[in-house]
Design a protein around this ligand. Sequence first.
Ligand code: TNX
Length: 539
Amino acid sequence: MLYRVRMHRWTQSFAVLITCVVAFVAMPLQQDAFMNPSSPTYAMAQMTTTSLDQLIPMPVSIKATGENFTLTADTKIVVDPDSAALTTLGQQLAAMLQPATGYEVPVTDAAPHEGNIRLSMMDTDTTLGDEGYTLTIRTDGVAISAAQPAGIFYGLQTLRQLLPAAIEAKTLQQGVAWDVPTATIRDYPRFAWRGTMLDVARHFFGVEDVKRYIDYLALYKINRLHLHLSDDQGWRIEIKSWPKLTEIGGSKEVGGGEGGYYTQADYAEIVDYAAQHFITIVPEIDMPGHTNAALASYAELNCDGKARELYTGTNVGFSTLCADKEVTYQFMEDVIRELAAMTPGAYIHIGGDESSATKHEDYLKMVERAQAMVAAQGKQAVGWEEIARVKLLPTTLVQNWNNNNLTQEAVKQGAKIIMSPAKKTYIDMKYDPSTKLGLNWAAYIEVLDAYQWDPAEMLPGVNDEDIAGVEAPLWSETTQTLDDIEFLAFPRLAGHAEIGWSPADGRSWDEYKVRLGAQAARFAALGIDFYRAPSVPWQ
Ligand code: TNX
């Protein structure tokens, strides 16, 4: 029946019109009161702005019913019996709700009562996939159901955004009505890969900064954090078989500052924290270019056998590993093996970009061997688009950034593409010429420009089915603190998260900017130092 099709909020005005016509013609067939524009609840939801109109990313379908559920001191979280995963998720929800409300919100597997929040993986709608969920909010209770824990987690993030922004506060908030608008939400992502990259090589960011960043990513349903762990200016991950990589190669950063690196224990802490937020860490060791830090740490990695000086500038394209030395492959193999062993996620990123100091044949040889080494560790290789020059394995993912021909070549080879077009997704680009931080080689990227694009409409021959998803990289030549990162990432990253999650159909800036404007209070409550784009109606 026509008025039972899935709807997005942004297509609702149009849909209301169509539904009016259909409802009139097909009056006797009417079944779904929510979708009937003459139903009082639906009309009310149309007239009143609620937090349902503020969600980012926009869910696949929302049916508003115009009342409220209120969280109180009596609210409990009820999970399925014998589900450790749901108990953990329930505790995460409780930890999110406790500080601002001051309520205990105990987690129990006793039978659900009025007024409770129920998390369940029983009798679920399997058409929603591994990350999908249904969130039902009624005056007498809330229910999140999903086939997998990831879906429950995303349902929790939606519930979190439906609560007043004060819920994000870490201290007791007096006098707030903890209301959630009643509705049924069915939701699932468009793409499996919804990522962002943090360059910890140009400037180093410690474990606490990365964990904080992960908190923000989770709120917008981002599920990949790509860490750019090595570059000319720094080597940031402990490799036990090559200790000088971090001792020497990790000692500096852009501008000559102190640098730093993650011990394997630090890395494990990041991986665990990310996993609790359903985020997969994708570690990158950039090869064969962008390797000066390694070449400074071990003389034998250089073709001339002489160690390079540490580098603290921001040029690219001058360093290369040596294709003719067997020690190069021993090095690559040791690094990839140790990295794979400490990475539970399926992916190892081998870089491959901007290797202008590497001869073509040498590039092919080194990248092909790196790709094979990743496969031998049971992982999927990911590389920047330049790796399309080599023969790709069927499982390899290619990350588009700047060169359409190479990306199209990757698709011809059967590779799936991660879309990171620099002119749209590079969150290290300045917003406009007055932005103090960031670069501008690709473009100035205002919040509107970052939002107005679609991954499947960028390149002929690169269609929805060729695309694994979207990733927004943050290169750190100019960013030194978490505040700096926040200012460049927010609000643009929220838009990229929506492009990765929400249906493309009907997405528009005019509608989005209102929802984005409503995030101001939440950003503020979270302590995110965001850019107040003049084109957004901040509330
Ligand atoms: C290009 S994008 C690079 C990085 C720089 C970045 C700065 C890519 C694969 N390589 O080395 O940090 O530009 O925006």
